[in-house]
Design a protein around this ligand. Structure first.
Ligand code: C2O
Ligand code: CU
Ligand code: CU
Length: 495
């Protein structure tokens, strides 16, 4: 479709043209015309049917990010359909109340398809949430943050800078909110809002904060509300992550404004590359400070929502019940032979190894390790990649002590698991460069149920999850969409 994102010209985009019984086709359009959407709203226990008709000039399939669904409804790349074909999803909503989303998932083309406009929100509510009387209706505001780049004719530009771009991931030079370049939203002073914020970017991540220094009050993350509200000076929001923010404007005067920014931080190698690209091309290097969103309080209103001190009730999974508690499954993310890999492997459509096979009705601990690799290649034949004993930086490599070089050559990876929501058990940062860590350390939300975590260079995380209800082949991958398309994605099998 062609839509009007800028005055006086039309931009070519790809869109979900939705005919909804439940949800809102225009909820993302408060900023003006938008390629994004719709917002689908469902309730736990509801059975739904979605008919996806592919009218793109290429294959696609839609994935419901964060949802606990059978294999056939998960939008696996092997299930792609061609132009003119239809795929029918039928599943019951089994997830807790939370902010989920959907986007295409064909292998090798997820980056460009999302970039061209294909993404929307999938919002689940349940009885527990409804009893909390959180802001709803016009006070429940979706905010999707993405970066894009436009040419002189206001057409989208994707990765025209060659292979480096794909290794790093796409970084645009302007921020769009809800699929619109005008990042201004009008809300009412005197009111309280729930903002549902999704980082829907291809590879950019953010250090989000209010400009006036007031804390971000977080009430939800990915697939659940938190057990209680938590205040953060800023939040690091990796690709595909969501956070629900409580915004109290009751003491803000009419006519004032609230600005959300991304604060500066040290991103490691990717930032360096972003910085180099910066000259002339990119005025938003990763890790620089820039404005995300301006909220204008044009009108005055009043509503009566109060922030509950207790939000969701859940029992976190107990590590004592994990079948592999003494020997967690380990997945290492690193570069090998100019390829981003997981344990040295890249994508295979239906391939799955023993290391990736789990049993239904078991609880497991997975350890995710960002162990390095970068633009220089490296042989990485051990699981530490080029940083290991045999890698360029290792004992027999160029430098014994990686130092500055090492940091330059590592990248953050937003790691996502399909099918499950997990709890975070541990975040080991002992191998994270202190300059990087100090610039992001207060920005992580480790409570609740999540499906995507940002693994900073050198970071090790332990997650606990339970495989229930559905057997089959599901994905785990880096959600930097360019990394994913290059093959930093694998199957795991539940049997
Ligand atoms: Cu948001 Cu595999 O996906
Ligand atoms: Cu997903
Ligand atoms: Cu990655």
């Amino acid at each position: 479709a062609k839509i009007q994102l800028f005055p006086g010209s039309k931009t070519n985009v790809w869109m979900f043209d939705a005919n909804l019984k439940s949800g809102d086709k225009t909820a993302l359009q408060k900023f003006g015309e938008s390629y994004l959407g719709p917002v689908i709203r469902v309730k736990k226990g509801q059975k739904i049917r979605i008919r996806f008709k592919n009218q793109l000039p290429e294959e696609s399939i839609v994935h419901w990010h964060g949802m606990h669904v059978p294999e056939k409804d998960d939008g696996h790349p092997k299930d792609v359909i061609g132009n003119g074909e239809t795929y029918i999803y039928e599943f019951e909503i089994m997830n807790r109340a939370g902010t989920y989303w959907f986007h295409p998932h064909p292998h090798g083309r997820t980056g460009p398809q999302v970039y061209n406009g294909l993404a929307g929100l999938f919002i689940v509510t349940d009885d527990e949430e409804q009893q909390l009387k959180l802001p709803s209706g016009e006070y429940d505001v979706p905010i999707v943050i993405q970066d894009r780049q436009f040419d002189d004719n206001n057409q989208l530009v994707y990765l025209n800078r060659g292979r480096m771009d794909r290794m790093n991931g796409f970084l645009g030079n302007r921020i769009l909110i809800n699929g619109n370049p005008d990042g201004e939203l009008s809300l009412q002073s005197g009111c309280v809002y729930r903002l549902r914020i999704l980082n829907g970017s291809n590879s950019r991540f953010y250090k989000l904060a209010w400009e006036d220094g007031s804390p971000l009050v977080i009430i939800g993350k990915d697939g659940s509300l938190l057990d209680s509200p938590t205040s953060k000076p800023y939040v690091i929001l990796g690709v595909a992550e969501r956070m629900d923010v409580w915004l109290d404007l009751s003491n803000k005067p009419q006519g004032s404004q609230m600005i959300m920014k991304s604060l500066s931080f040290s991103p490691g190698m990717m930032g360096m590359m972003g910085g180099m690209m910066g000259r002339g091309q990119n005025n938003l290097p990763l890790g620089s400070e820039y404005q995300i969103l301006k909220i204008r309080l044009d009108n005055e209103g009043s509503n009566r929502f109060t922030l509950p001190q207790k939000l969701a009730v859940f029992n976190k999974l107990d590590p004592a019940n994990a079948i592999n508690r003494s020997n967690p499954r380990k997945f290492s993310f690193f570069m090998r032979r100019m390829q981003w890999t997981i344990n040295g492997r890249t994508w295979e459509m239906t391939g799955v190894t023993d290391e990736e096979s789990v049993k239904l009705n078991t609880t497991e601990i997975w350890e995710l390790v960002n162990s390095g690799g970068g633009m220089m290649g490296g042989n990485g034949d051990d699981d530490e990649g080029m940083m290991g004993n045999r890698g360029m930086m290792g004992k027999r490599g160029m430098m014994k002590d990686g130092g500055m070089m090492k940091n330059m050559m590592q990248m953050p990876h937003p790691i996502h698991l399909h099918q499950v929501q997990f709890n975070i058990l541990e975040r080991d940062v002992s191998a994270v460069d202190s300059k990087i860590w100090n610039s992001v350390k207060d920005g992580f939300i480790d409570g609740g149920w999540q499906d995507t975590v940002l693994l900073m260079p050198g970071m090790r995380m332990k997650l606990i999850m339970r495989f229930e209800d559905f057997k089959g082949l599901f994905l785990y991958h880096c959600h930097n969409l360019e990394h994913e398309d290059m093959g930093m994605m694998r199957n795991y099998k539940i049997s």
